[in-house]
Design a protein around this ligand. Structure first.
Ligand code: SF4
Length: 369
């Protein structure tokens, strides 16, 4: 299949690996930002194929993982209300809050629906005028435009029984947060291909310049990822720190202008809390004043949310590239995708879930570590 087979080609991959071996002279630590990239790296064992000088650590770009526990509890509290129809993408239904997940809320009588687009919620709201329809709007710049469009259309069509519970986050402030965090090890980034398809790559230029760190916008197939590693290592070895677009078949410097315009029409930039990391200033979106009547946080005013993360969980350090899932004593033992204790095991895109799903807990056991 065009645009797929050539990016999974064994011979091309081997040639790039050989070129990485020729290029690298010193040890470097690189971070892939997206959960989808982590998933591909672990699935294809790309980190095992690289020379020992190149270490890959895994970044915070898994939207389900970084949605804070208090926001999940807030969603569950709203979904339990009898007047509410609570809508979400399917991957949020099994994410545990402090007291179970949305499947359990549904089993206990909550009206929880899986939707495939936030626009589906407008139809549900029209068909149920006596109910309040809430959509759980999580994720990065990739999902923000469609969520913004749903609110924009609700306002234009006079649909008043629809609202968004917003927990949107943005990639560039998280990269800055990682670079500023104590003990940071990351020297180069494989930038987020999907996010940049929407937002473009211009906003990464000042980050690369200020922190003297290469950022290579990278795709998701094995050849994309190996090429991203090669371009990043080449910059590091040559003492350069630039933004390079290694995913030109999908990404342009300014991205999708219509999608970006929709985001800025509906959302303002706000401080956001990231699960496992904490508050990062100006790292997310909230509904702007003009759309405040669609803000589920304002409409429902859920109080008294108290959360506690398991002390054993080191997902905050995993998300900042300080540790790997196999460094966690609970990995593959108390903590599995069926019994997730922390942020990076709750979603298939999380680093701990990727390591588990591709059998790295078995490697650890066999190695006796
Ligand atoms: S394996 Fe589980 S407990 Fe350990 S860091 Fe990952 S999510 Fe947290």
């Amino acid at each position: 299949m065009k645009y797929l087979d050539e990016y999974r080609d064994h011979d091309i991959a081997q040639k790039i690996i050989a070129e990485i071996r020729r290029t690298v002279k010193r040890p470097w630590t690189l971070m892939e930002v997206c959960g989808g990239q982590t998933h591909s790296i672990v699935k294809y064992g790309l980190d095992y194929l690289l020379p020992s000088e190149v270490e890959l650590v895994h970044g915070p770009g898994c939207p389900v993982c970084v949605t804070p526990l208090d926001m999940i509890d807030r969603a569950h509290a709203i979904a339990r209300r009898p007047e509410v129809i609570f809508c979400s993408f399917g991957d949020m239904l099994r994410v545990p809050g402090s007291e179970g997940d949305l499947f359990q809320v549904k089993a206990a009588g909550g009206n929880v629906k899986i939707v495939y687009s936030p626009m589906d919620c407008l139809r549900i709201a029209r068909e149920n005028p006596d109910r309040k329809v809430v959509f759980f709007a999580i994720g990065f710049e990739t999902t923000a435009p469609a969520n913004a469009m749903a609110v924009f259309q609700a306002k234009a069509q006079g649909i008043r029984n629809f609202s968004l519970l917003v927990s949107h986050v943005m990639v560039p402030p998280s990269i800055t947060g990682i670079l500023q965090s104590p003990g940071n090890r990351v020297q180069g980034f494989l930038g987020p291909g999907h996010v940049c398809a929407v937002m473009g790559w211009r906003e990464y230029v000042p980050i690369a310049a200020r922190y003297r760190v290469p950022i290579v916008i990278t795709g998701f197939e094995p050849v994309d990822l190996l090429e991203g590693v090669l371009l990043t290592v080449r910059q590091l070895e040559q003492g350069r720190a630039e933004v390079e677009n290694g995913y030109a078949r999908a990404v342009s410097i300014d991205g999708n202008m219509a999608a970006r315009k929709m985001i800025t029409q509906v959302f303002d930039i706000a401080d956001r809390s990231w699960r496992g990391i904490g508050i990062i200033p100006k790292s997310g979106y909230k509904l702007s004043y003009a759309f405040r009547e669609f803000d589920a946080d304002r409409i429902f005013e859920v109080e008294n949310i108290r959360t506690r993360e398991p002390e054993i969980c080191i997902s905050g350090q995993v998300l900042r590239g300080l540790k790997k899932p196999v460094d966690c004593p609970a990995f593959g033992a108390e903590c599995t995708p069926q019994t997730p204790l922390g942020a990076t095991m709750v979603s298939a895109e999380g680093a701990c879930a990727a390591y588990y799903n591709y059998g790295r807990h078995l490697v650890s056991i066999e190695a006796g570590v």
